[in-house]
Design a protein around this ligand. Structure first.
Ligand SMILES: *[C@@H]1O[C@H](CO)[C@@H](O)[C@H](O)[C@H]1NC(C)=O
Ligand SMILES: *[C@@H]1O[C@H](CO)[C@@H](O)[C@H](O)[C@H]1NC(C)=O
Ligand SMILES: *[C@@H]1O[C@H](CO)[C@@H](O)[C@H](O)[C@H]1NC(C)=O
Ligand SMILES: *[C@@H]1O[C@H](CO)[C@@H](O)[C@H](O)[C@H]1NC(C)=O
Ligand SMILES: *[C@@H]1O[C@H](CO)[C@@H](O)[C@H](O)[C@H]1NC(C)=O
Ligand SMILES: *[C@@H]1O[C@H](CO)[C@@H](O)[C@H](O)[C@H]1NC(C)=O
Ligand SMILES: *[C@@H]1O[C@H](CO)[C@@H](O)[C@H](O)[C@H]1NC(C)=O
Ligand SMILES: *[C@@H]1O[C@H](CO)[C@@H](O)[C@H](O)[C@H]1NC(C)=O
Length: 480
């Protein structure tokens, strides 16, 4: 039928048509393995109230699906679905399907703040040889961190924070030598910090906070000189601040060791941390004086040494401007609010409860009052009136001065609109309780010299007891 000379042409036509079809097909849709892997992931999700996965439909180009990035032709390189921190509508409920192992070109998995992903650590990650970034924080994953986590040797970031992982941190974590960030905070991890972490020489961030880790903080920092951020707060660590932390002096900007059971003196070398902007050693058992070298922490913005056993004298700091300071509940006798605090142009939170401050509040003239959110001067020997100060702090949210000798007429005080928390208990405040207090979230004016009928509020009787002649709900009725 056909003349033989047509055959090559026919073959050519078939070939070109077919290959053209192939080319257009591959540019129009993602690789079949990636599509299958992602649809498998979708199958594992039982609830998706904000419709994050509604564009994930079989037969459409998965590179164009919501949350998907393809940087290598038609291969998926990133899976990125994140919720909003305080919005349950943006959650995903379900498990992380093992079919993710099909996404062979995946280099980043970002399943953050989805709140309701459950199940164990996704073992599918072990077959993804290109994976560099793992962010699966703020979900409800549980079980132990696999002992072979060290197999993921190519990882640059491992973030499992805010889940329910329990058991120890596997020592094989020290095999992840490319890691720059290790975020395991906010889980239920127990045991000691594996010494193998000292092999992670590229670490810039080590966050193990809010777990149940115990034992000493390993003295392994000398080779970790790129660390900029360490958070070990809210654990059960004991012992002293390890000496090798001094190796981090040039770069460390963030050091949180609060809420542990650490003890001993604050080391002199802390004063060499010229890049430090946040230092939190609160709620431990540190004792002795604060080293004079602290004067050199000129970049410190946030300093919290509260709830320790530190004693006088407190050094005169040369800081440019402190933002947040808490020295409460030590054994300090500061006498007055330090000048370097009063002079700060950017301070928003000042907590000096039980710091041995003896002064008249009217005499305190902070350089700036605009940014102040919180002031806590409880349990000092402060006299005078709050009226002038509150007239200048336009954005104050909380003022606490329980256990002083403040003496002024409560009715003459201007209640700034932002004020939510006011504790003036155990002072010498007089006058009536004004109606405006009903707008506060918390009030305590117990044990003062107030008098008269209470305005309607939601506060309990303990907020008003111990005054001269206050009456009306929640206290007994006024005599007619
Ligand atoms: C919560 O997220 C949903 C879906 O994205 C959005 O429509 C809603 O406005 C968000 N709610 C709040 C309080 O942000
Ligand atoms: C979380 O998932 C569980 C089990 O799938 C479900 O019962 C629960 O309603 C989900 N919670 C939210 C806030 O979506
Ligand atoms: C982890 O690595 C070891 C040795 O390299 C290997 O024998 C093992 O199969 C790997 N495990 C997984 C889950 O990949
Ligand atoms: C650490 O980072 C440097 C570059 O910053 C890189 O050359 C080196 O290979 C990394 N080391 C490890 C152990 O990953
Ligand atoms: C501090 O030490 C005391 C006595 O040694 C102990 O009872 C207390 O629990 C310790 N506090 C902390 C936070 O470790
Ligand atoms: C602060 O640093 C300078 C220069 O490094 C040093 O000479 C001085 O002694 C330090 N001051 C204190 C109190 O440590
Ligand atoms: C509050 O400040 C204003 C000016 O900002 C001033 O006019 C007023 O007298 C002050 N009130 C008190 C009670 O100090
Ligand atoms: C108010 O302060 C007193 C004494 O400081 C305290 O006993 C009481 O529990 C406080 N009440 C409230 C509601 O904060």
């Amino acid at each position: 039928m056909h003349s033989p000379s047509l055959l090559p042409l026919l073959i050519f036509l078939i070939f070109t048509t077919f290959s053209h079809y192939c080319l257009t097909a591959s540019s129009a849709t993602c690789h079949i393995d990636d599509e299958t892997g992602l649809l498998g992931f979708k199958t594992g999700i039982r609830a998706d109230p904000s419709g994050k996965l509604s564009s994930w439909k079989k037969g459409t180009d998965c590179c164009k699906w919501f949350g998907i990035t393809c940087l290598t032709g038609n291969r998926v390189t990133a899976l990125s679905l994140t919720g909003q921190p305080n919005n349950l509508t943006t959650s995903l409920s379900g498990t992380i399907s093992s079919s993710l192992s099909k996404l062979q070109y995946l280099d980043g998995i970002y399943l953050q703040d989805l709140k309701n992903l459950t199940g164990p650590f996704p073992s599918s990650l072990f077959s993804l040889k290109n994976l560099l970034y793992v962010y699966i924080g703020n979900n409800k994953l549980s079980g132990s961190i696999p002992t072979n986590i060290g197999n993921l040797t190519q990882l640059s970031v491992l973030s499992l924070e805010g889940n329910r992982f329990s058991g120890p941190i596997p020592s094989s974590i020290g095999d992840l030598i490319q890691l720059t960030q290790l975020r395991l905070g906010g889980n239920l991890l127990t045991g000691v910090v594996p010494v193998s972490i000292q092999r992670l020489r590229n670490l810039t961030l080590l966050h193990l906070d809010r777990n149940k880790l115990s034992g000493a903080i390993p003295d392994f920092f000398s080779g970790l000189s790129d660390l900029r951020s360490i958070d070990l707060a809210y654990n059960k660590f004991t012992g002293e601040i390890p000496a090798s932390i001094s190796a981090l002096a040039p770069k460390l900007s963030y050091l949180e060791l609060g809420h542990n059971s650490l003890m001993g003196q604050l080391p002199d070398f802390l004063g060499k941390f010229h890049a430090l902007d946040t230092l939190d050693l609160s709620w431990n058992n540190f004792s002795g004086t604060v080293p004079k070298t602290f004067a050199n922490l000129t970049k410190i913005f946030n300093l919290d040494l509260s709830h320790n056993k530190l004693v006088d004298p407190f050094p005169e700091m040369h800081v440019k401007g402190i933002e947040s300071l808490d020295l409460s509940y030590n054994q300090f006798h500061l006498g007055k609010i330090p000048q370097w605090v009063t002079a700060s142009p950017i301070i928003y939170s000042l907590k000096l409860a039980k710091c041995g401050i003896k002064m008249k509040l009217d005499d305190w003239k902070p350089a700036e009052t605009y940014f102040y959110d919180y002031i806590d001067l409880s349990e000092n020997e402060i006299t005078g009136s709050l009226v002038q100060l509150l007239n200048r702090t336009d954005y104050l949210v909380g003022f606490y001065a329980s256990g002083n000798q403040l003496k002024f007429n409560l009715e003459s005080m201007r209640f700034v609109k932002t004020l939510k928390y006011l504790d003036l208990s155990k002072n010498l405040v007089f006058g009536k309780v004004p109606k405006v207090v009903s707008g506060l979230s918390e009030l305590n004016v117990s044990y003062n010299h107030l008098c008269g009928q209470l305005p309607p509020t939601k506060f309990p009787a303990s907020a008003f007891v111990g005054n001269d002649c206050l009456c009306g709900s929640p206290l007994p009725k006024c005599k007619a």
